[in-house]
Each structure stands twice: as structure tokens, then as C-alpha cells.
Design a protein around this ligand. Structure first.
Ligand code: FEC
Length: 294
């Protein structure tokens, strides 16, 4: 049976001039207040995207490494909000002769407001042309937990696990997102034998409704009030360096920590680390029921 992988990522504008079209795609056509647009353009400018988009480059590096690892299963990148689109990746997978398409998202936790959207785009594009093997979530994958545990083990700081916030209304429909995030954090903390850790959300958007909290900025204030003096931030809901890491954490959260007199460090992201690529390859092999070579 011939298979191909559609490796899905959020996607990022390639240059500053792309930001309005990219933001419109994220908003699904809903109007964007001018000040929010200006603010986003400024964040990307300060990130230096005209010299290269970190996320798109890392996604390509990860794709190529995964394809080498899988040997005879081609891997095509599909972005949720930028090019190459998920639909283009699906067309290329089908053209490669795949009878089964594996859908794998570079985000470990399921939510109706994140992974379900990737799945919808993939299913619409596939239109029954091949069998779909979609990996819904991999938040408790032992290799992923080990990889994060390696990065926090032995720290003397208080570990703050983080993930992208979502509108709080997701909890009313029994969405597993928050539960899965706490499970990953708990598993990593146990594996690394951490003495002190907590979880907070980050990167909330201004959409006029309540989002899941606590937000990391408020959380730092609480921790400082409790006597914590050093934090090590470990994002569990993202796997690559991008705007939400390099701006929201390395700039905004770090600035807040400095104002409080809190020592701030962040773990390295998995990016295209060979150990992380092994984790992804294991997920694909399992869903295709191909035995691991290891
Ligand atoms: O580096 C980059 O260029 C892209 C960084 C990036 C990642 C990312 C991941 C997630 N998001 C999730 C949910 C939402 C919801 C909204 C929303 C809005 C934005 C905006 C930008 C943006 N997100 Fe994102 N997200 C990234 C970037 N995200 C830019 C728009 C400006 C802003 O609000 O700051 C609100 C949409 C709306 O207004 O309707 C909801 C979730 C993830 C993690 C899972 C995943 O990676 O798919 C959940 C990376």
C-alpha cells in the first residue's frame, strides 16, 4: 500500500508585505481593526521577517528530515494559513500515487478550534481520493515527553509550562485541549522529577471575549508574590521557534519578568532536532502499522 504524509503547520508570512493577507486568512475574512493590523505588522517587523521567516524555514527542515527518516514515504508540507496550502500538499500526495494519506499536525494537542480546522482543510481537499489516516493528538507521546523532560531536568528555576490560549467557551463543549496540555505538563514534570512547576497560557488574541487563563504575564506576578525568583519557561503546545515564542515569550514575557526582578530563561524548541523527527516518524509508522527500525 503506497502512503504519503501531509505534514501540517500554522504557516507564517514570508515577508512584511504578506502580513495583511496572512492576518485576513487567520481571521477567516472577519474585519480587522486598523490598530490590530498595525500592531501585528510591527511585531513581524521587529521579528525581522524580511530577512527570513523562522517558522516556514524550520517547517521545511522538519519535513525534509522526516522524509529522509521514513525512506519510502514522501512528506508534503501544508500550511493552515499560508502557502504551500494544505490543499496543495494533498494534491501532491495524491499525485505521488498515495492510497493512504497520513495527516500529521505540528501541534500536539487536540482542540475543535485548532486541529479540527487542519483536518477539515485536509478532508475537503482529499475528497475521498485516498484513505485518510489522521493523527488527532500526540500530547502524551513518550518520546515527546522525554525530549521536553531533557530540557527542564535539573533546573533550579520554577518551570512554567505554556501553550497558546483559546477562547474559554471551548470548555463548555467538553473540548479536551486544556486537559491534554495539563497532562503533557504533568508527564514532563514527573519524568524530569521537577520539584516546582506550574502551567499558564500565552498569546491570547483581542477578539472581545474571555480566553483561557491564567495568562503568563499575570502568572509571573503571582509567582513573584509567592517568592519565586527564577523561571524556566517550557512551551508544550508549540514545537518550533516563531512569533509566539520569539516575540510573546522572548520579548513580552521576558520584559515582564525583568520588571519584576524574576530571572527568565526558556528551553530550546524541538524544531528539527533529530530526536524530535524520530518522534514524528514513530507516529507515522504506528498509524501505518509499519514496524520501527529501531
Ligand atoms: O510565526 C508565525 O508567523 C506564526 C505564529 C503562530 C502560531 C500560532 C499558533 C496557534 N494559534 C492558535 C489559535 C489562534 C486563534 C487566533 C489566533 C491569532 C493569531 C494571529 C497571529 C497568530 N495567531 Fe495563532 N498562531 C500564530 C500567529 N491564533 C499572528 C493574529 C494576531 C493576533 O491575534 O495576535 C484568533 C483568531 C481570530 O481572531 O479569529 C484562536 C493556536 C495555535 C497552536 C496550534 C497550532 O500551531 O496550530 C491554538 C504558531
Amino acid at each position: 500500500m503506497k502512503a504519503a504524509v501531509v505534514l501540517m503547520a500554522y504557516g507564517s508570512p514570508e515577508r512584511l508585505a504578506d502580513v495583511p493577507a496572512y492576518y485576513s486568512d487567520i481571521r477567516g475574512g472577519r474585519p480587522i481593526p486598523a490598530e490590530l493590523m498595525a500592531d501585528l505588522v510591527e511585531r513581524y517587523r521587529r521579528l525581522g521577517i524580511d530577512d527570513g521567516s523562522p517558522l516556514n524555514a524550520i517547517t521545511e527542515e522538519t519535513r525534509a528530515a522526516l522524509e529522509r527518516e521514513l525512506v519510502d514515504v514522501p512528506v508534503f508540507t501544508g500550511m493552515k494559513h499560508w502557502a504551500p496550502r494544505i490543499a496543495d500538499a494533498v494534491d501532491r500526495a495524491v499525485a505521488s500515487g498515495a492510497e493512504t494519506v497520513v495527516g500529521l499536525v505540528l501541534a500536539p494537542h487536540y482542540s475543535s478550534m485548532s486541529i479540527a480546522g487542519y483536518r477539515q482543510q485536509l478532508e475537503d481537499a482529499l475528497g475521498g481520493r485516498a484513505e485518510l489516516a489522521f493523527i488527532e493528538s500526540w500530547h502524551d507521546e513518550p518520546g515527546f515527553v522525554d525530549l521536553l523532560a531533557e530540557r527542564v531536568r535539573g533546573t533550579e528555576g520554577h518551570v512554567v509550562f505554556t501553550a497558546h490560549s483559546l477562547p474559554a467557551r471551548i470548555l463548555e463543549s467538553g473540548d479536551p485541549y486544556k486537559e491534554q496540555l495539563l497532562e503533557t505538563s504533568q508527564l514532563v514534570a514527573e519524568r524530569a522529577a521537577l520539584e516546582t512547576w506550574s502551567f499558564s497560557f500565552q498569546s491570547e488574541s483581542q477578539t472581545g471575549e474571555p480566553w483561557l487563563g491564567p495568562d503568563i504575564i499575570d502568572h509571573f506576578r503571582e509567582l513573584h508574590g509567592e517568592g519565586v525568583r527564577d523561571v524556566l519557561v517550557c512551551p508544550v503546545g508549540f514545537v518550533a521557534d516563531h512569533l509566539e515564542i520569539r516575540w510573546d515569550l522572548d520579548h513580552e514575557a521576558a520584559e515582564q519578568a525583568e520588571a519584576l526582578g524574576l530571572g527568565f530563561r526558556r528551553v530550546e524548541m524541538p524544531n528539527a532536532d533529530p530526536a524530535f523527527v524520530q518522534v514524528l516518524a514513530g507516529l507515522v509508522r504506528r498509524v501505518l502499522a509499519v514496524p520501527s527500525e529501531a
